[in-house]
Design a protein around this ligand. Sequence first.
Ligand code: CA2
Length: 150
Amino acid sequence: MKILILNGPNLNLIGRREPEIYGTESLIDFVDKMKNKFPEHQLDYFQSNHEGILIDKLHEAWDNYDGVVFNPGAYCHTSIALADAIRSIETPVVEVHISDIYSREEYRHHSYTAEASVKSVVGKGLKGYEEAVMYLIENYKSGVYPGAIG
Ligand code: CA2
């Protein structure tokens, strides 16, 4: 299975600041380790700080990937365009947030992109990415994604 791990704004700085919220490990290092845990699957990593580039990547994922694990960062709280991009492709998208957005500042409590995704995993640290990958792998054959909310 080919899975794209897609990350949005500021997630390139994870591990360097605010360790009490995001931990001390960088996403690139974590994804590298995760690749060893899923040797029979292809995991590709991409990060951008730009909304349009993330939209382009989602469109490209339709023809090139079987699933996307997506942390849109703060764009999840604002971007109807990203939510539309998720809805516009047939590739299943699982949203991940490292922190529990629902127990943080009120302006983080709503996610447009989670509403368009088949599932969302929040507040589990970087392990949440692993849970999202496993969910995609487990449900790929049946093509049925239980718990789908969008
Ligand atoms: O919890 C998550 O994964 C978030 O998507 C992280 C975003 C935040 O805006 C979302 O509400 C929840 C922030 C990305 C990283 O921001 C940093 C802030 C300080 C130091 C390093 C990264």
